[in-house]
Design a protein around this ligand. Structure first.
Ligand code: NAD
Ligand code: TYD
Length: 354
């Protein structure tokens, strides 16, 4: 394990997208859990898009080991300058447009940030001789599984993305692998399943359903609610990213998942039960286009090669997550009363009126 070695190769780390959901959990794991021997500095490079929230890490802003750099990963000249001054040992690349529904409403931003932005980051890291680049990808690159509980995504499963989000992530994931092959760059790719935990932007299913239930608003379940997602706590995902940094093989892909497959409807009902709200709040609405039926991760390679195990117990950690949104009302109220309202109306207005 990293903490039992004197491996101080990665004392100076650049995280991209650190003001988002997983990035902020990752930076907390890095600063709180002593996983990086000799950690000196974490730079958090974030464009603060609608999904980036500086307040997610406000308490760290006085920490001399941490700094937020407000910048866009697509800005090649700026990246060159930042890398020249930063002298980073490692890049943990999370910055992305991340929501499937938004990618259906406007795909361009996804290809710009996820594909072009990642290419800029890879090239800057290569030219400035960063020791290792961890590309944070997703299981959505594999497409959808049948509802048979036997099949799982392995790292060798062919890519078959179905949404512009997933296609843009597949392109960036393959771009990273191409830098390993073409230039001998030290790149590791992680493909995680769906994350849950604190600080998730309210557009995603778990916070959205929790917030609507707390506000006694209808809970919009797409289709029949039988779609399956495989859930992992964001901090377990973060620990997996750190494990890939220290113990991943250069050029390898690691699936990260915690073996928690649940139907959407089951989770929505669980949220209502935790909050003691009636099931009558559930509304079955028009399905998402090309809605992937099932995701399920085989994380054997990560467990064996990275000595990584998810720690969260799903039942308890899920309830704790729901309660985090109960206890942090000011955090999400600031979001849902802003420009998010227009997005919500556009996506759900007709669905909920029908
Ligand atoms: P998020 O939307 O919560 O956060 C994305 C962050 O990236 C935000 O802080 C945003 O400001 C920043 N960003 C966006 N465009 C940028 C740009 N052009 N330049 C710099 N910063 C920019 O996303 P998330 O859920 O935290 O996901 C983080 C990463 O993990 C993504 O790469 C995503 O594909 C991947 N991932 C997410 C999940 C999940 O369940 N959420 C699962 C697997 C993989
Ligand atoms: P989401 O959190 O958007 O993650 P992803 O699309 O990356 O899996 O959605 C999780 C599941 O919940 C997915 O099957 C779509 C479904 N869903 C709804 O049923 N209603 C909603 O309003 C949202 C946002 C998602």
């Amino acid at each position: 394990m990293a903490e039992t070695t004197d491996d101080t190769r990665f004392a100076n780390i650049l995280v991209t997208g650190g003001c988002g959901f997983i990035g902020s959990n990752l930076i907390r794991v890095l600063t709180e859990e002593n996983l990086v021997p000799g950690l000196e500095f974490i730079a958090n490079l974030d464009a603060l898009t609608y999904a980036g929230n500086r307040s997610n890490l406000a308490d760290l802003e006085g920490d001399t080991r941490y700094r937020l750099i407000h910048a866009d990963i697509c800005d090649a000249a700026r990246m060159d300058n930042i890398f020249r001054h930063g002298q980073f040992d490692a890049v943990l690349h999370l910055a992305a447009e991340s929501h499937v529904d938004r990618s259906l409403m406007g795909p361009e931003a996804f290809f710009r940030t996820n594909v072009m932005g990642t290419a800029v980051m890879l090239d800057a890291a290569r030219r400035h001789k960063v020791r290792r680049f961890v590309m944070v990808s997703t299981d959505e690159v594999y497409g959808s599984l049948p509802d048979d509980s036997a099949s799982r995504f392995r790292e060798t499963t062919p890519l078959d993305p179905t949404s512009p989000y997933a296609a843009s992530k597949a392109a960036s994931d393959l771009a990273a692998l191409s830098f390993a092959k073409s230039f001998g760059m030290d790149v590791v790719v992680t493909r995680s399943s769906n994350n849950y935990g604190p600080y998730q932007f309210p557009e995603k299913m778990i916070p959205l359903m929790t917030i609507n239930a707390l506000n006694d608003q209808p809970l919009p379940v797409y289709g029949d609610g039988r779609n399956i997602r495989d859930w992992i706590h964001a901090r377990d995902h973060a620990r997996g990213i750190v494990a890939a940094l220290f113990r991943g093989r250069a050029g390898a892909i690691y699936n990260l998942g915690a073996h928690n497959e649940r139907r959407n409807l089951e989770l929505v009902e669980r949220i209502l039960d935790i909050l003691q709200k009636p099931r009558s709040l559930i509304r079955f609405v028009t399905d998402r286009a090309a809605h992937d039926l099932r995701y399920a991760i085989d994380a054997t390679r990560a467990r064996e090669e990275l000595a990584w195990e998810p720690q969260a117990d799903f039942g308890g950690a899920f309830e704790q997550t729901v309660r985090w949104y109960v206890d942090n009302r000011a955090w999400w109220e600031a979001i849902i009363h802003g420009p998010y309202r227009d997005y919500y109306r556009k996506l759900y207005g007709e669905r909920l009126a029908g």
